[in-house]
Design a protein around this ligand. Structure first.
Ligand SMILES: Cc1cc2nc3c(=O)[nH]c(=O)nc-3n(C[C@H](O)[C@H](O)[C@H](O)COP(=O)(O)OP(=O)(O)OC[C@H]3O[C@@H](n4cnc5c(N)ncnc54)[C@H](O)[C@@H]3O)c2cc1C
Length: 307
């Protein structure tokens, strides 16, 4: 029996074959994934991982693909998307006797970070205002420890439920979680299922004003009307990567349809038909020139997947 037929018999959720990753990444770049799977529920997800392990197929969970550069020849294995209803839980605990001034929120991995932030804001719960304008899912945000304005998702995270490699569900409490600058100890081998956060009661006007302020700064500084994956490089410890790229006179530099944004030097935009190889060449050019001119080695923030 072909692998395609076998997987179709095992998985209850949606399966697509040769699914173009350009349709699932914010850069709009990427060749086909052999298998695109949307498990229906936890049991289905277990079956998918078991299948991948038995057949020795590489697999990768994709959130909204907003921090991903998918290579042109695609992904030779299974891309797992948790967009099914089972991973969309969003529960606010209104219990006022909970830890002083704090409220518990539980969010599934596929919930959009922006939705979690705005629903929290509506309830007068602060702590996630920094997340306004960060695209992607809660799962992706936890793995990347997404952040802005000197705050990040890890700051408000209390525990994370994961499906581990032996297909068991574990609850990782705060002391088992490691969050650093755009990194965490999550997602390497396990699938993030849901998070429990603690948010603080706060004046709603104060929350709304912060959100407005952060959003307008973002709109002013970032090329939000063009496909990108956000910042390409991590900021070195005492200077912003954008500043270095700008000083190296690289704003506007173009290889094919991949271009360093003229608005924000740490963004690479896809002007239409950019290939992953062009983005990678541009990334290498920036690294070489910044190292040569400033003596600083830039580290990518985006993740490259595929062949
Ligand atoms: C316009 C723009 C602005 C941005 N601004 C910011 C910003 O201010 N700050 C910031 O930190 N980032 C920013 N980003 C980058 C990106 O939005 C974040 O990193 C985001 O958190 C990624 O979420 P995602 O769902 O798209 O994850 P993806 O890009 O799909 O995946 C990211 C990683 O998480 C893993 N992953 C996703 N879900 C799961 C899961 N359930 N279980 C296991 N692993 C999982 C993936 O395998 C991958 O390794 C920006 C991007 C864009 C396009």
């Amino acid at each position: 029996m072909s692998l395609a037929k076998e997987i179709s018999e095992i998985v209850k959720g949606r399966i697509k074959f040769n699914e173009p990753l350009s349709e699932h990444t914010s850069l709009r770049i990427g060749g086909p994934a052999d298998y695109w799977v949307e498990p229906k529920d936890l049991e289905d997800l277990r079956a998918v991982l078991q299948f991948a392990s038995t057949k020795r197929l590489p697999w990768k969970v994709l959130g909204e693909g907003t921090n991903i550069l998918a290579r042109d020849r695609g992904f030779p294995g299974l891309i797992i998307s948790l967009r099914g209803d089972s991973f969309q839980k969003l529960e606010f605990n209104e219990d006022t006797s909970y830890e002083c001034c704090k409220r518990r929120v539980v969010a599934g991995a596929a919930v959009l970070l922006s939705k979690l932030m705005s629903e929290a804001a509506e309830r007068g719960l602060g702590g996630l205002e920094f997340a306004v304008g960060i695209p992607g899912t809660v799962g992706g945000a936890l793995v990347m420890n997404a952040g802005a304005q000197s705050a990040s998702v890890g700051d408000v995270t209390h525990s994370v439920k994961v499906l581990n490699t032996s297909n068991g569900v574990s609850l990782l409490k705060k002391d088992a979680l490691r969050f650093g600058y755009r990194r965490s100890n999550l997602g390497k081998e396990e699938v993030v299922l849901e998070v429990e956060m603690k948010l603080k009661k706060k004046d709603k006007n104060e929350i709304d004003n912060l959100i407005k302020d952060y959003l307008s700064k973002r709109r002013e500084a970032q090329p939000l009307d063009q496909p990108s994956a956000g910042c390409i490089f991590k900021n070195p410890s005492d200077v912003s990567a954008g500043e270095l790229i700008d000083k190296a006179n690289l704003k506007g530099r173009r290889i094919g349809d991949a271009q360093i944004s003229t608005k924000h030097a740490n963004f690479i935009i896809n002007r239409g038909e950019a290939k992953a190889e062009e983005v990678i060449s541009l990334v290498e050019t920036v690294r070489e020139e910044v190292l040569r001119k400033m003596g600083i080695r830039l580290e990518p923030e985006i993740e490259i997947i595929g062949e």
